[in-house]
Design a protein around this ligand. Structure first.
Ligand SMILES: Cc1ncc(COP(=O)(O)O)c(C=O)c1O
Length: 418
């Protein structure tokens, strides 16, 4: 299979040079060029619409990162943006007191999410995971935390620990997804001091294959948290309004005490939530100060209410599951045909193509070549992060993508053999 021609990303690279003199590292966090493939991926985007992105050099892509998860409908979804624009023009959104949309949204979450009796609205996923830990600690009068998965950039959970006093994370213990024995051992040691078990109910570790829960895993975690009196927090920042309206807890039938959500619920407008059972949540009313100038800013509430309305009206998640299942079956057949050590994991709304390690140590080379071919062909995936399917990915877009994956794996096959 012929190598696809390299993209012209001259303007992106020039802007990056400029950015390096203005912002430490030029671009921070998960958007930095080294998180993709240096010299191959664009660094700056100009605009997006539906499932498509256009970079500053004019290259167009079908995008599967969906803004790292918040885009559940599509970029610039008119009904959502119109609702927000009307709010700006007619009523406003940043005031001295709270507007009543918080009540409306809290009622909706209560209807949709099994554990959401009461809700607190914040702005980012990290705000909300951190608030959930503070609530759990206040409710239990305990300190220790058992955690599994990515929960954001705050002091207690970030992976890169530069600039953080050790004492801020020394009461936090990690366990692996689907390893109930490991969590049980931790709870045997520290359970009587454990304030919370916080975990993603669906396994989506960085760089690695995605994992669905083994039979009994989530139920086992629920039992351990009950046995030791620790608050069970499901971090559904990625999974709520994506796997099901009520999140992974609805899909798998295990209800936590607290749920953290964000991303998909407002189609890109910044909002996050800690929701949960009344007795636990009430600790926040009486013992804690959770406040920010921008938490009551109502634009994201308006966007969330409209996004949820559209998702219910148009059965958005049913649509994503049906077309996504068909697409993933197609991809699995393509992977089986080429046999280059590629692996497909995840479920229709969230999936990942990774490569197995082998004795020749070709994993990284195959991965980089595969994702390089895809980006050159105009398909935006990340080599390190799983993909998402949105409502605006059409069947035709997915068929084109499958064709590009087929060609890219054929290229890898020609270069490395089976
Ligand atoms: C499961 C999970 N929790 C928390 C976060 C942190 O959210 P934010 O980046 O909005 O702070 C993320 C972000 O990717 C996430 O995926």
């Amino acid at each position: 299979m012929k190598e696809t021609e390299k993209l012209n990303i001259t303007k992106s690279l020039k802007l990056f040079e400029e950015a390096k003199a203005l912002i430490p590292g030029g671009v921070l966090g998960a958007r930095k060029p080294s998180d993709f493939i240096m010299g191959e991926y664009p660094i700056f985007l100009e605009y997006g619409k539906g499932c498509r992105l256009t970079d500053v050099d004019g290259n167009e892509y079908i995008d599967f990162l969906c803004g790292y998860g918040p885009i559940i409908l599509g970029y610039r979804e008119e009904e959502v943006d119109d609702a927000v624009i009307q709010q700006i023009k007619n009523k406003g959104y940043c005031f001295t007191l709270t507007q009543p949309y918080q009540n409306e949204l809290a009622k909706k979450l209560n209807e949709l999410i099994p554990s959401a009796e009461l809700s607190i609205f914040l702005k980012t996923g990290s705000d909300a995971t951190t608030a959930s830990i503070r609530i759990a600690r206040a409710y239990t009068n305990r300190i220790k935390i058992m955690r599994c998965g990515y929960h954001g950039w705050h002091d207690w959970c970030v992976e890169m620990k530069g600039g953080i006093p050790e004492k801020l994370y020394e009461d936090v213990y990690e366990f692996h997804y689907n390893d109930l024995d490991q969590l049980e051992d931790l709870m045997k040691k520290y359970g009587d001091q454990a304030a919370a078990i916080i975990m993603t109910p669906f396994g989506h570790p960085l760089h690695e294959k995605m994992q669905t829960p083994k039979p009994g895993f989530l139920e086992g975690v629920r039992k351990l948290s009950d046995k030791y009196g620790a608050v069970l927090v499901f971090d559904e920042v990625r999974t709520c309004f994506r796997l099901k309206m009520g999140g992974a807890q609805e899909l798998y039938g295990v209800t936590p005490d607290l749920t953290v959500l964000g991303k998909g619920m407002a189609n890109g407008y910044p909002i996050s939530v800690v929701a949960g059972k009344s007795d636990v949540m009430m600790a926040a009313a009486s013992k804690l100060f959770i406040s920010s100038t921008f938490f009551p800013n109502s634009l994201p509430y308006i966007a969330a209410l409209k996004t949820i309305e559209i998702m219910e009206r148009d059965k958005v998640l049913d649509n994503i599951w049906v077309k996504g299942d068909r697409f993933l079956k197609n991809i699995q057949n393509i992977i089986d045909k080429h046999g280059v050590g590629a692996e497909l994991s995840g479920v229709a709304p969230m999936f990942f193509i990774t490569f197995k390690q082998d004795e020749m140590n070709t994993r990284k080379g195959k991965r980089d070549d595969f994702y390089t071919q895809l980006i050159r062909k105009g398909f935006f995936f990340s080599p390190h992060h799983h993909a998402f399917i949105s409502y605006r990915h059409s069947e035709e877009d997915l068929d084109k993508t499958a064709q590009a994956i087929d060609e890219s794996l054929a290229y890898v096959h020609d270069k490395y053999g089976r």
